[in-house]
Design a binder for this molecule. Structure first.
Ligand SMILES: NC(=O)c1ccc[n+]([C@@H]2O[C@H](COP(=O)([O-])OP(=O)(O)OC[C@H]3O[C@@H](n4cnc5c(N)ncnc54)[C@H](O)[C@@H]3O)[C@@H](O)[C@H]2O)c1
Length: 388
C-alpha cells in the first residue's frame, strides 16, 4: 500500500484479515500510526463481538508492517496506491513506482475520479497499470471497480480481478471515464437531492422518500456519511467532465463553506449527538415556490440515475445492464428487492420513465432530465435494458 489514510489503512486491514502480509508506506508517521490504530480498532470490534479471539487479532496485526521507505516493493505482486486525490502527487508516486518495481508488479490506483490512462502514461510499464476502486468503509463495502487503462494487459486485468475476488469482493470491470460507473451514477442522485433542497424540500423529507423506496439511507444522510467535503470534490470533478447535467447544486457550496462536513464534524445536513441525528438548524432552505409531491421527489432521484446509467451503457462504460445493477446494489445499497436500478426501470416500463423524464425536462431542468438516447430508443421501440 502506498498511502496510509482512510482507504490505505482500510485496504491494509482487509488484506491482513485475508492472511496476506502487507507493507504500508506513507510520508507521514502519524498516518502510519493511524492506519495501525484503525486496523486494531476494527479487529478489536470483532473480538468484542466474539467473532475473533484476541490471539487471532494479534496475529493478523503482525501481518501489517509500516514504513516511510519503499523497501521490498520490487518483490511485490501488486502495489495499491491510495495517496491524496491530487493528480500531480499520484503522477509522482507512479513515476517512482515505475522506477523501483519489476515487470511482474501490478500498479493499481484507488483513485475515485482521476484518469487511469493518464497515470499509466508516466510509468515505463503502462500495461501493468490499472484502477482498483474500493469503497469506504473498505471492510464493509462488498464492491470493487476494476478499471483497465487502454493499454492495460489482459494478464494484469485477470490478476487484478482475481486479487479483488480473493479479498471477498464482488468485482465489476468498467471503462476509464470520470467517476467510473458507480460514482458517475451516484453523483446525479446526490446532486438532485441538493436541487430539491434548493426548491425548499427538507433533507429529512427527501431521505424519508428515498428510504420508503428501500434505500438504506437517504441522499442527505449518505452525504453526511461520505463527508460533504469529499463528495464536493468528486462532484466538482464530474461537473467539469460532464457539464450542465452534473452542475452542482449551489447549496453544496454554502454547506461546505460553513464547514458542515457531515458526521465527522458532527454537523452536516443533520446535527449528530452520539448516535442521535436531528435536523441541523444551520441549514436554511428557501420557501418552496410550488408544492413538490413525494412522487416527484422519488422520480427526480431515481430517474436521474436511470438516465445516467443509460448514457453509461451507450458509452460502453459497461455493456452489461447486470453490472450496473450489481454496482448500484453493492456500491450504494440500491434496494436489492427491486433487483437493481435498470431492472426497476424495465419493470416500471421504459416508456413511462422516458415520458416522466421528458416532463421533468420541461418543468424542472432541461439539461438534467433530457432523455438519454439509448433510453429514448428503447422506450420508442417498446424494449427493455435487459434482453427479454
Ligand atoms: N475516502 C473515501 O471515501 C474514498 C473512497 C474511494 C476512493 N478514495 C480514494 O482513495 C485515495 C485516498 O483517499 P483517502 O480518503 O484515504 O485519503 P487520506 O487523505 O485519508 O489519505 C491519504 C494519505 O496519503 C498520504 N500521502 C500523500 N502523499 C504521499 C506520497 N507521496 N507517498 C505516500 N503517501 C502519501 C498522506 O500522508 C495520507 O496519509 C484517493 O485517491 C481517494 O480519491 C477515497
Amino acid at each position: 500500500m502506498v498511502g496510509a489514510g482512510v482507504m490505505g489503512g482500510g485496504i491494509a486491514q482487509l488484506l491482513s484479515n485475508r492472511n496476506i502480509s502487507v507493507r504500508v508506506k506513507d510520508i507521514n508517521t502519524d498516518a502510519l500510526g493511524g492506519a495501525l490504530r484503525e486496523a486494531y480498532r476494527i479487529y478489536s470490534e470483532s473480538v468484542r463481538r466474539k467473532r475473533m479471539k484476541p490471539f487471532e487479532r494479534d496475529r493478523k496485526m503482525r501481518l501489517i508492517s509500516v514504513g516511510l521507505t519503499s523497501d521490498g516493493m520490487r518483490r511485490c505482486g501488486i502495489i495499491v496506491e491510495a495517496v491524496v486525490e491530487d493528480f500531480g502527487i499520484k503522477q509522482k508516486v507512479f513515476r517512482e513506482l515505475g522506477g523501483i518495481t519489476g515487470p511482474g508488479t501490478i500498479l493499481a490506483s484507488n483513485t475515485s475520479s482521476l484518469s487511469i490512462n493518464e497515470m499509466a502514461k508516466v510509468t515505463p510499464y503502462p500495461e501493468r497499470v490499472i484502477g482498483l476502486h474500493f469503497f469506504n468503509p473498505v471492510n464493509r463495502m462488498p464492491l470493487v471497480e476494476v478499471i483497465p487503462a487502454d493499454v492495460t494487459s489482459k494478464e494484469t486485468i485477470e490478476r487484478t480481478v482475481q486479487f479483488a475476488r480473493g479479498l471477498g469482493k464482488t468485482v465489476i470491470v468498467v471503462k476509464d471515464v470520470r467517476g467510473f460507473l458507480v460514482n458517475r451514477i451516484l453523483v446525479p442522485y446526490l446532486n438532485e437531492a441538493g436541487h430539491l433542497m434548493e426548491a425548499g424540500v427538507s433533507p429529512q423529507r427527501i431521505d424519508a422518500v428515498a428510504k420508503r423506496f428501500g434505500m438504506p439511507m437517504g441522499p442527505a444522510e449518505l452525504l453526511d456519511h461520505i463527508g460533504i467535503d469529499i463528495a464536493y470534490k468528486v462532484a466538482h470533478i464530474l461537473e467539469g467532465a460532464y457539464g450542465g447535467r452534473m452542475k452542482m447544486a449551489a447549496l453544496f457550496e454554502i454547506v461546505k463553506e460553513k464547514k458542515y462536513f457531515g458526521k465527522k464534524s458532527a454537523l452536516g445536513f443533520y446535527r449528530y449527538h452520539g448516535k442521535k441525528a436531528e435536523p441541523n438548524p444551520g441549514i436554511q432552505l428557501p420557501r418552496p415556490v410550488r408544492a413538490i409531491s413525494d412522487e416527484e421527489i422519488l422520480k427526480r432521484l431515481i430517474y436521474t440515475m436511470v438516465n445516467e446509467a443509460s448514457l453509461c451503457l451507450d458509452e460502453k462504460v459497461t455493456s452489461e445492464p447486470g453490472a450496473v445493477d450489481i454496482g448500484m446494489i453493492m456500491g450504494i445499497g440500491f434496494p436489492p428487492f427491486r433487483a437493481g436500478l435498470l431492472r426497476y426501470a424495465d419493470d416500471t416500463g421504459l416508456k413511462n420513465v422516458a415520458e416522466d423524464l421528458g416532463l421533468l425536462a420541461v418543468s424542472v431542468n432541461r439539461e438534467r432530465f433530457s432523455v438519454a438516447p439509448l433510453l429514448a430508443r428503447l422506450a420508442a421501440n417498446g424494449q427493455t435494458f435487459y434482453p427479454s
